[in-house]
Ligand binder design. Structure first.
Ligand code: NDP
Length: 326
């Protein structure tokens, strides 16, 4: 018997409960994993609270990330005892995921734990941290270097935002952080932000072009804030857009693109090719110090997931949340 958080639909509403299950209850996939940790991302919050209809098939075990040890494998790529990490691929949305002490996974969803990386660190990073690194790589691909000028991170006190601030500051960028929570200012400065901007000032309706301020941007919120960021980009600036915590709309014009050569680069971690993932994980291992993650993350139990899911959809979670399944 093992414990898992199971979602069911009752009278059109999503309800979650920690249940004891037998191995036979797990879907048939080739690799059986004993899970050490999972994590809580914004999408997990949406899934567990039933907001945004992330889950369509019930019962469902959510949890879009996991790290653990292979117990049995029908795949030549993995053997019992291997440490593995999984993020994305629709796991925890369409397939049973990581809020479970045991999980069955397809081998192609897994990557071997990066050499020398602690399992808990991979979940302190999780999908949010991986996405932050993919955003930084997108800025670099667009030619944005620490010498190019200041960069801005929106939703900065959230999971993606916190890791993005840490990585960028560590690489030598001058980082401005946008937050709706003034109480997180000391935390954001600790992570390396040198300028703090309020959500209100960035959400103010912008003209098609505003004063040029930013060489690069990591946007996790969308809507009016992304529109203002685009209007404030320097000539040839790059915006890596990965999130919609503030809304999925984009009330902008073509002006930043056609007059300032601005690039809007979408970033997706879910279907990201394996080679790019591996590159990102390798860089996270070497370029995100454990001290920063200690500041960013907190550990919760499976029983606390429901409460934290409500908190993350209400924008009340700071940094990253790791779920202990051991
Ligand atoms: P978090 O909830 O941890 O962070 C989101 C942050 O956005 C909040 O902490 C808050 O930051 C800010 N925020 C919340 N509500 C609003 C609002 N109404 N208006 C403006 N800002 C707001 O979530 P994650 O970091 O896990 O995810 C961030 C976004 O990125 C989500 O939309 C998520 O779906 C997306 N995402 C996309 C991925 C991809 O592959 N494309 C992968 C991972 C995440 P503050 O308090 O500092 O203002």
């Amino acid at each position: 018997m093992f414990k898992a958080l199971v979602l069911n639909e009752v009278e059109g509403k999503t309800v979650s409960a920690v249940e004891s299950l037998e191995l036979d209850a797990l879907p048939a996939e080739d690799v059986l994993v004993e899970v050490d940790y999972s994590s809580l991302n914004y999408k997990d919050g949406l899934a567990v609270t039933g907001t945004g209809k992330i889950i369509r098939n019930f019962p469902m075990v959510p949890g879009i990330d996991l790290v653990g040890t292979v117990v049995e494998s029908a795949s030549d790529d993995y053997s019992a005892g291997d440490k593995v990490v999984m993020t994305g691929w629709g796991v925890g949305e369409n397939y049973w995921g990581g809020y479970s002490q045991m999980a069955r996974m397809k081998p192609e969803w897994l990557v071997h734990l990066p050499e020398g990386m602690e399992p808990r660190k991979t979940m302190e990073i999780g999908t949010a941290g991986l996405t932050a690194m993919l955003c930084v790589m997108a800025l670099e691909d667009g030619g944005v270097l620490p010498t190019s000028g200041p960069v801005i991170v929106t939703g900065a006190a959230g999971g993606v935002g916190s890791v993005a601030v840490s990585i960028l500051a560590g690489l030598g960028y001058e980082v401005a952080a946008v937050t709706g929570r003034p109480e997180t200012e000391a935390y954001l400065r600790e992570l390396g932000a040198t300028t703090i901007l309020t959500r209100e000032e960035m959400a103010e309706k912008s003209r098609p072009l505003e004063r040029q301020r930013w060489a690069g941007a990591v946007d996790t919120v969308g809507d009016a804030i992304l529109a203002r960021v685009l209007a404030e980009m320097n000539y040839s600036g790059v915006v890596a857009a990965c999130g919609l915590a503030g809304g999925f709309k984009l009330p902008t014009t073509v002006m930043p693109f056609i007059l300032r050569n601005v690039r809007l680069q979408g970033v997706d971690s879910v279907m990201c090719p394996v080679a790019r993932r591996q590159e990102a994980w390798g860089r996270l291992q070497s370029q995100l110090p454990d001290s920063a993650l200690g500041e960013i993350s907190e550990l919760i139990s499976l029983d606390q997931v429901d409460d934290y899911a409500n908190r993350i959809v209400n924008g009340q979670v700071r940094g990253r949340v790791v779920v202990d399944l051991k």
